[in-house]
Structure formats: structure tokens, C-alpha cells
Design a protein around this ligand. Structure first.
Ligand code: ATP
Length: 231
């Protein structure tokens, strides 16, 4: 379970998050939607331990990241805007590198399975420097889940992907969901959120405006609510 309490973030004169509290239960799949500058990426970075809050707390299974940074970060897979991949390495070399960092057992087999899952088998040994944005993004998701994280954090995972890559990515997300991972995803893509998430959180100007479950697949009603709040 992730428990966020009264989170504030200020950078210079700018207030980015204002007293944000949120609880995400184990196995929840949460899509965070909102206009540019709402503070969505900032909240993900703070949960993932990439940024410190100005005040407030984030606890993962009752533990603050700063109390046990390595152990807590091992529980998290983070797909950020930056892929964190190495240009001169192939997909296999990249995944083996990250797998070893996390002490993944049977790392090579796992890496090859993931490469197949994201549709890059044919390019497994090619340096990734010539890869398209979609190919890099697919490999980046494989990197984020090589250690079977309990919590998967995805910052705009669908941006710049073609339809085939979106389908591959959604399948990976749905498989992680089936395995019981908790998923937090920031996106501008309403349709993808409804396809993969059970809960939607709407943010604007650094606050949470709404938080509801997508139990009833009444997509039109949910979309109207989204447009009304986000504009
Ligand atoms: N390091 C920083 N220094 C100064 N301002 C920042 C910094 N990081 C973010 N901001 C500002 O904080 C606000 C929230 O940024 P954030 O990236 O969290 O928004 P977002 O909701 O993810 O929006 P987007 O969809 O545009 O990525 C923005 O106005 C952004 O310019």
C-alpha cells in the first residue's frame, strides 16, 4: 500500500503540489490525468524517490523511502521520460545490466523473454542508438519491469507510440496487473487510461480534484466528467 500524506512541493517561488493526500492499495491500477503543469510527473517522482517533497510523507508498506532507500526502490519499477538506457548497448545488454543491478535470477532468460514480449527479438543484439522512439519506449518498459516490481510507475508511457506499440505496451501493463502489481500511470490519453486502469485521479494546479473507480464501464460519462474538470 502507498500512503501519501499532505504532500507539498515548492521549487523557488513556484508551488507545484498543494497538500496532496492519496492512498493506493496493493493491486490498484490508478491513472492520473490532468492538464500540463498539474503536478502529475512531480507526484510520481516523489513516490519513486527521485525527488524530495518540501513537506509531507510517502510511505510504501509503512516505510518511508529515506529510511531504507535501496530496499524500497527495489520494489518499484519506474518508466520516466528519460529511458535510462545505454545507447551503445543492445537490448539484451541493457536488460542484463539492469537485471544484474537488481540481482535478478536467471537474468539472461528473463531478459530474452521480455525482449520477445515487447516485440524486439529481431533487434536483440543491435546497439539501440539507431532505434526509433517507439522501440526505445518498448525496451524502457522491459527495463522497468525486469525485477518484477510490486509497484509500477509509468510517466506518459503511450506518448509517441504507434498503435502496434500501444497494444504491446497495454498487454505488458495488463500482465503486470494480473500478477498483482500496483500501477500508477500518468497520461494524457484518456482512452488508454480507461483500458488499463481501475481508478482515475484527476489533478489540476497541484491538487487532486477528483478520484473515482472505473467499475462501471460507462466511458462516455467518465469522459464528460474528465473534460468538465480538466477543460
Ligand atoms: N525542477 C523544476 N523546476 C522548476 N519548475 C518545475 C520543475 N519541475 C517541474 N516544474 C514545474 O512544475 C509544474 C508541474 O510540473 P509536472 O511536470 O509535475 O507537471 P505535469 O502535470 O506532469 O505536466 P506535463 O503534462 O506538462 O508533464 C510545471 O509548471 C513545471 O514547469
Amino acid at each position: 500500500m502507498i500512503v501519501i500524506k499532505e504532500l507539498n512541493k515548492t521549487i523557488g517561488e513556484k508551488t507545484i503540489l498543494r497538500n496532496v493526500s492519496l492512498q493506493v492499495d496493493k493491486g490498484d491500477t490508478v491513472g492520473i490525468l490532468g492538464p500540463n503543469g498539474a503536478g502529475k510527473s512531480t507526484i510520481l517522482k516523489i513516490i519513486g524517490g527521485l525527488m524530495k517533497p518540501s513537506s509531507g510523507t510517502v510511505k510504501i508498506e509503512g516505510q518511508k523511502i529515506k529510511d531504507n532507500p535501496l530496499e524500497t526502490k527495489k520494489r518499484i519499477g519506474f518508466l520516466a521520460h528519460n529511458s535510462y538506457l545505454y545507447d551503445h548497448f543492445s537490448p539484451l545488454e541493457n536488460l542484463k545490466f539492469f537485471g544484474k543491478l537488481y540481482n535478478v535470477e536467471n537474468c539472461e532468460v528473463k531478459a530474452k523473454d521480455l525482449i520477445r514480449e515487447v516485440g524486439l527479438t529481431y533487434f536483440m543484439h543491435e546497439p539501440i542508438r539507431s532505434f526509433s522512439r517507439g522501440m526505445i519506449q518498448r525496451l524502457a518498459i522491459a527495463r522497468a519491469i525486469i525485477h518484477d516490481p510490486e509497484i509500477l510507475i509509468l510517466d506518459e508511457p503511450h506518448t509517441g507510440l504507434d498503435q502496434h506499440a500501444v497494444t504491446l505496451l497495454n498487454n505488458v501493463i495488463l500482465k503486470m496487473k494480473e500478477k498483482g502489481s500496483t500501477i500508477l500511470m500518468v497520461t494524457h490519453d484518456f482512452a488508454q487510461t480507461v483500458e488499463t486502469c481501475d481508478r482515475i485521479v484527476i489533478m489540476k494546479h497541484g491538487v487532486i480534484l477528483d478520484d473515482f473507480k472505473v467499475t462501471n464501464p460507462d466511458v462516455d460519462m467518465i469522459y464528460e466528467k474528465y473534460v468538465e474538470q480538466v477543460g
